[in-house]
Write a protein that binds this ligand. Structure first.
Ligand code: PLP
Length: 354
């Protein structure tokens, strides 16, 4: 049934208790470290009804079966753990710094080899998918340059080479992009961002439509213990009930901010992929000028992270781990669901400090 429903309906209805007399309409928070023996769950590290409700909702939205993790990076490390010793991972040259740090860490210890390719260089990605490639990592749109990967073409080349394809779908969310339907084997989320949507939790997730791959990933989670908190899973599920509404409103605001910023004298370049609610502005000035903008807004919060109902911004290169190719004066904007006129007024007063 879920396959026939639209995302807005799935977001509201999936992962609910059964429609039976006296069942709660909303999934309860089941705080439990252990369960009465004889069932499938047994111990609190191997499953929890509240996590499973979150997983049912996200799985239905992405078109697969989901698993919750303690953070997005815990989900990243679970996928990278599947790569055989000495095998090659093909990944974008510029993407989320935490993922790139994990790849560099594994490579420096001789665990894996990496091949980094510009994410928009589809031919380069296809060429990198040779018989050594075991895993192809994609992020689209990328953090923080908001570049897009040709997921279908790269996934087809990866599969011909026998590689597994993972797509970090954190920025697009299943409302705008469903990578499993485009050929990906695994979808990854930092549920900390849009899925939760209220800047009040840390959580990650993996989704796959392949039952045997799901078993392997679940086995890694059981063994390594990077499980979500129960309150976090409940908050994320509650956040997902409004995912479609938040994404539509935030996207409308982001598109308008991107359009107006393109004509602003303080902005050298606007990076916006045409959908979603992330916008990056390359400020027409140095790092100090961009910092002045980031620290002089009144409504936009100067903070890292993204995907909340609240608009926020930061200069990404203030982090030492950010890729050196990212311009020093790039401000990454996470556009929220406030009134766009108020957001624009505040941004223009801050941009006057350039
Ligand atoms: N993937 C992307 C695209 C991210 O932006 C982030 C965090 O910023 C992560 C993964 C990691 O998620 P978490 O912070 O929940 O560990």
């Amino acid at each position: 049934m879920a396959d026939l429903l639209h995302p807005a309906t799935i977001a509201v209805t999936a992962g609910r208790p059964p429609h039976e007399p006296d069942q709660p309409l909303s999934t309860p928070i089941t705080m439990a470290s252990t369960f009465i023996a004889g069932g499938e769950r047994e111990y609190g590290r191997t499953g929890n009804p509240t996590w499973q409700a979150f997983e049912a909702a996200l799985g239905a939205l992405e078109g697969g079966r989901a698993l919750g993790f303690s953070s997005g990076l815990a989900a990243v490390s679970t996928v990278l753990d599947l790569v055989a010793n000495g095998a090659t991972v093909v990944a974008p040259r510029i993407s989320y710094s935490g993922t790139l740090l994990q790849l560099a860490d594994l490579e420096s210890r001789g665990r894996i080899a990496t091949r980094l390719v510009d994410v928009e260089d589809t031919a380069g990605f296809v060429a990198a998918c040779d018989e050594d490639a075991a895993l192809v990592w994609l992020e689209s749109p990328t953090n923080p340059s908001l570049q897009l990967a040709d997921i279908e073409t790269i996934a087809a080349a990866a599969h011909q080479a026998g590689a597994t394809v993972v797509v970090d779908n954190t920025f697009a969310t299943p409302i705008f992009q469903q990578p499993l339907r485009m050929g990906a084997d695994i979808v990854l989320h930092s549920a900390t961002k849009y899925l939760g949507g209220h800047s009040d939790l840390l959580m990650g997730a993996l989704v796959t439509a392949d039952d045997s791959l799901w078993d392997v990933l679940k086995g890694r989670r059981d063994l390594q213990g990077a499980v979500p908190g129960t309150l976090e899973a409940w908050l994320a599920l509650r956040g997902m009930r409004t995912l479609h509404i938040r994404m539509e409103r935030a996207q409308a605001n982001a598109a308008e901010i991107a359009r107006r910023a393109a004509d602003h004298a303080g902005v050298a370049e606007v990076l916006y992929p045409g959908f979603g609610a992330m916008v990056s502005l390359i400020i027409d000035g140095d790092a100090a000028a961009a910092d002045r903008v980031a620290t002089s807004t009144l409504l936009w919060t100067h903070t890292t992270s993204l995907g909340g109902v609240e608009s926020s911004l930061e200069r990404r290169r203030r982090w030492a781990a950010e890729a050196p190719e990212v311009p020093d004066s790039l401000l990454r904007l996470s556009v929220g669901i406030e009134d766009v006129e108020d957001l624009w007024d505040d941004l223009t007063q801050a941009l006057s400090n350039v």
